[in-house]
Design a protein around this ligand. Sequence first.
Ligand code: SF4
Length: 411
Amino acid sequence: MNTEVLTSSPAQAQQRDAALVQPQDAVAPKVNLMGMSRQELEQFFEAMGEKKFRATQVMKWIHQFFVTDFSLMSNISGKLREKLMARCEIRAPEVVHRHYSKDGTRKWVFRVGDGAGSLVETVLIPADDKTGARKTLCISSQVGCALDCSFCSTGKQGFQRDLTPAEIIGQLWMANYSYMEEVAIAERERTVTNVVMMGMGEPLLNYDAVLSSMQIMLDDFAYGMSKRRVTLSTSGVVPKIDQLAQDIDVALAISLHAPNDALRNELVPINKKYPLAELIAACQRYLAKDGHDSSRRHVTIEYVMLDGVNDQPEHAQQLLKLLKNLPSKINLIPFNPFPHAPYGRSSRNRIMAFQKTLSDAGFVCTIRQTRGDDIDAACGQLVGQVADRTRRAAQWKKKVEQQHVIMRSSS
Ligand code: SF4
């Protein structure tokens, strides 16, 4: 049984309130406060007959001091602490592995779900400068992914389920906490400076949970992150980009990877539903929403460099044309091959030439540095382990085996 309170929809609020008024017994599920936004916590405390301000107190304990034990919450009355201990819990997903790379990159593998469950991964990437002050956390939003982009190892595993808000924000909580386990509560400071919703899954297909998690990231009583430091990366779910523009002000990144529809249909199949013209128009509407005072001054374009596939001079020219009227920064990502990947990484020279064409035309164009190679934490290598309900993993394995047979018989 799912014990998380995920949203404040009427049905779920009713369930939550019922849990509060019913007599508690040994098997009663506890309400997990980890994934609740401020508004949800306020409703929660009001339903308990408590004052709304308890929400901000508890939020600070959870997300600023990384305290999960109600008995340590010293500004809360003993009676309320007892009530909370009996009925609630503060629980991040379980960490099953931690990997630390030589270059400072860290990776956590979380178990989500009941029993053996599935595994999802989160990566913390320190800036490659002397200060190391910027620490960017790449967060997963789903167990697996339904979109099957042809260059992506997560896509090869199929889709199992959406992560809950507690499982999403829990990744940020754990990344911060793991730096501070030995630090006294009063001296704790957050470590993660930037978040990108760019791990496993398509965040806009788990919209409510991702929105609620990002609200907690921006909330001054939780992580208080600047809206420019929280980025949502999407493969292009156009209607949800419009909805996002209405609901929250965060930075937007597009996993573009191809400059024309024919190639993008192949690499990013959701393009068949929302082709490039619609996607670019949605990005323009997103930027136009709040003018220049918001985080929406430009869109980040992610473009994975696949050898001989999308890295030719004509592709760079097509990209220039496509982005002509979209304020954008382009991030070229050297492909990180995974076992049996159907693509290779573009050569350094090819990537540099591609970058030069874009830079000469006035675009800010960077080449992403590959980090965490020794712990399989590089971009596109987040594989986790998914109980695949679509059987895509088995189909993929069969296809690869067939290819091997063909290669062996032709050699
Ligand atoms: S690239 Fe992103 S959207 Fe595409 S299959 Fe991988 S996780 Fe899903």
